[in-house]
Ligand binder design. Structure first.
Ligand code: ADP
Length: 176
């Protein structure tokens, strides 16, 4: 994102974030209630997934990159005794009480979780958000409302929005 690139001052994070109203819901993982099979996010191509406490709370725990998730699952299936599709994926430190003693061994993935992903609220002006993307070199940031996860903004989402605003081809807005 080039520093000279001006951003229109009226847009808010909620105007740029995904999902849009008509889109399918944000694809999230829960911190301890999903199995390896359920986290094998092969039906989507997103680069990453927010991890939440539970689907009901939508409280943000962290962010995991798709690449790290796939590598860890693949490695565990090859090397870790007993990890199967039905194994629980745990992004927490403890083992939840709900996991039956006879269940297959869980797969612990806290190590690949980014515990402090950058977040803005839905009403954060986009010029401030863009400034943060530039200064911190972010690839994505999460959007919350009253502590609940609402959406995600990627660098490409910002570039597309800028291009729309100025009626230009997104590829022509240079960034590194
Ligand atoms: P990029 O924007 O660089 O192509 P992604 O492939 O991760 O990065 O995202 C593609 C689109 O899907 C973007 O518009 C982004 O906002 C959205 N997106 C990214 N991650 C998720 C997710 N977990 N759930 C829903 N939408 C997402």
């Amino acid at each position: 994102l080039e520093p000279k690139e001006e951003f229109d001052h009226s847009s808010l994070a909620v105007d740029v974030m995904r999902p849009r109203r008509s889109d399918p819901a944000l694809a999230v993982l829960t911190q301890e209630s999903m199995t390896v099979e359920e986290t094998l996010v092969e039906s989507t191509h997103y680069s990453g997934f927010p991890v939440v406490v539970s689907q009901e709370s939508q409280r943000l725990v962290g962010f995991v990159l798709r690449r790290d998730l796939l590598i860890s699952i693949d490695n565990a299936r090859k090397r870790q005794e007993g990890v199967v599709g039905a194994s629980h994926v745990l992004f927490t430190d403890h083992t939840p009480a709900a996991v039956a003693p006879e269940a297959p061994p869980p797969l612990r993935l806290r190590g690949i979780l980014d515990l402090s992903p950058f977040t803005v609220t839905d009403h954060t002006p986009m010029d401030i958000t863009v400034d943060i993307f530039r200064k911190l070199g972010l690839r994505q940031c999460l959007v919350t409302h009253n502590g609940r996860l609402l959406g995600i903004i990627t660098k490409k989402d910002i570039l597309k929005h800028m291009a729309q605003m100025s009626n230009r081809d997104p590829e022509s807005i240079l960034f590194n």
